[in-house]
Design a protein around this ligand. Structure first.
Ligand code: PMP
Length: 459
């Protein structure tokens, strides 16, 4: 019989040993983790601040996984979760059964979503939302009498999650290749090649563009295109102006559904309620998670347009799809309260205004430190690039792991950021909670500035 540890009586070393023995971590190298144990054990969070087991405080400059949009320790969200658990802790949405929080959340989401995106299917997170959208897109074509339309086109450097469908659509190589064998009928297109999508056949990427793939595969085989309005984990990559509109038009012309993966962008991250609102397009499916509950509950949704639901209700086909936790009453109650706070406290506006300040601060850093370049941001989603010599376009040697070093220094100075070093890049991502104040934005810039001083000495 093994000793089972009780909560609240173990120190960092003891917890680390238990972690190493019993806890396999997501998106972590197992061997390195097994040897060194957890880098941080978080114990508390309030607002934009986190505390670890050693009592060290840090600003969460990325809302952990771009999800804690209302910050930590929100009492209203805690209270609504408690009350809902006491009232009705669980009920299923199978076989037409329903519950009040799920119904009200569906209506609330519909009221916020652009155009006639009016109908919600609930999931427990982003991967489930995207997998659901793939299945519903195929179901749509099936009930429309075109069951051969099954292929899904996604973009290079995209991230859509880790379930088999979502990982098959994910363009980032490590994730895409992890399973060694993906689901069939997923095709990868070059990302953000605007001219090609507009029909310029002289574009060297034409054959790899969405348009080129539609031409070579035939639109009769293609169910949908999926894209993130701004690529997150791919390295905070923005599309060129006009790109989303061009893809929307292309899909319309070829009778292909458009899925927007707004798992990061949704609910205010980009300074508008949804990422697509920045470019005034309406996808056929809009997938959300993260910000819908601010990370307080595992919740996601696929929001679909009226014509999609219309197709479903014209048919007598059963929908053989649903999760045990689709429409979970506690998660939906937390989601509903999150969206109420979003509106009441004008969080989207705060994201826009604080985002402008953050961008200004990052530009100040660019003009004061030599290794920072390519500042981009919209709302409170921003990225910077670290390069050896910006003037001559010389990158750091990948062996020096520049972005990892910089974010480690930031961490040491009390600022949690994230880095991505795909394909020789050194991207640092910022996505602080949307409740951040001007003063706290300044504090992030100050800590980044101190970090650059140390970085320049160490690199
Ligand atoms: N889509 C995007 C754009 C994401 O950033 C993520 C998560 N980072 C996902 C999907 C997957 O979401 P989840 O981890 O909740 O399954």
């Amino acid at each position: 019989m093994q000793y089972v540890a009780k909560r609240n009586n173990l120190n960092k070393l003891e917890l680390s040993e238990l972690d190493k023995k019993h806890y396999l971590h997501p998106t972590t190298p197992p061997r390195a983790h097994y040897l060194s144990g957890p880098s941080t054990i978080f114990t508390e969070g309030k607002g934009i601040y986190l505390k670890d087991i050693e009592g060290k405080e840090r600003i969460d400059g990325v809302s952990m996984l771009w999800n804690v949009n209302l910050g930590y320790g929100n009492e209203e969200l805690a209270e609504v979760a408690k009350q809902q658990m006491l009232k009705l802790s669980y009920s299923s949405s199978f076989s037409g059964q329903s519950n009040e929080p799920a119904i009200l959340l569906a209506q609330k989401v519909a009221s916020l979503a652009p155009g006639d995106l009016n109908v919600c299917f609930f999931t427990s997170g982003g991967s489930e939302s995207n997998d659901t959208a793939f299945k519903l897109a195929r179901f749509y074509w099936k009930v429309k009498g075109q069951p051969e339309k099954t292929k899904i086109i996604s973009l290079e450097q995209s991230f859509h999650g880790v379930t088999v469908g979502a990982t098959s659509a994910t363009g980032i190589e490590g994730f895409n290749k992890f399973t060694t064998s993906n689901a069939p009928n997923f095709l990868t297109a070059a990302a953000h090649v605007l001219n090609a999508e507009l029909g310029d056949k002289s574009d060297p990427n034409y054959s790899r563009s969405i348009r080129g793939i539609i031409e070579s595969e035939g639109s009769d085989n293609i169910a949908a295109v999926i894209l993130e309005p701004i690529q997150g984990a791919g390295g905070v990559r923005f599309p060129p102006d006009g790109y989303l509109q061009a893809v929307r038009k292309l899909c319309d012309e070829h009778n292909i559904l458009l899925i927007a993966d707004e798992v990061i962008c949704g609910f205010g991250r980009t300074g508008k309620t949804f990422g697509v609102d920045n470019w005034n397009i309406v996808p056929d499916f809009l997938c959300v998670a993260k910000g819908i509950s601010s990370g307080y509950a595992h919740l996601g949704a696929v929001i679909m347009r009226e014509h999609v639901r219309e197709a479903f209700i014209q048919s007598d086909e059963m929908m053989f799809h649903g999760f045990t936790y689709s429409g979970h009453p506690m998660a939906c109650a937390v989601g509903l309260k999150t969206l109420e706070i979003l509106e009441r406290d004008q969080i989207v506006k705060n994201s826009r205004l604080r985002g402008e300040e953050l961008l200004k601060g990052l530009k100040y850093l660019e003009s004061n430190y030599k290794h920072i370049t390519n500042i981009r941001g919209l709302g409170l989603l921003a990225g910077i690039e670290l390069v050896k010599d910006p003037e001559n376009g010389i990158s750091f040697d990948p062996a020096v792991h520049a972005a990892a070093l910089y974010t480690d220094i930031c961490m040491d100075l009390g600022l949690q950021l994230r880095y991505f070093d795909w394909k020789g890049t050194n991207t640092v991502a910022l996505a602080p909670p949307l409740i951040i104040t001007s003063q706290q934005v300044e504090e992030i810039i100050n800590r980044m500035s101190d970090a650059f001083k140390r970085f320049e000495k160490q690199i």
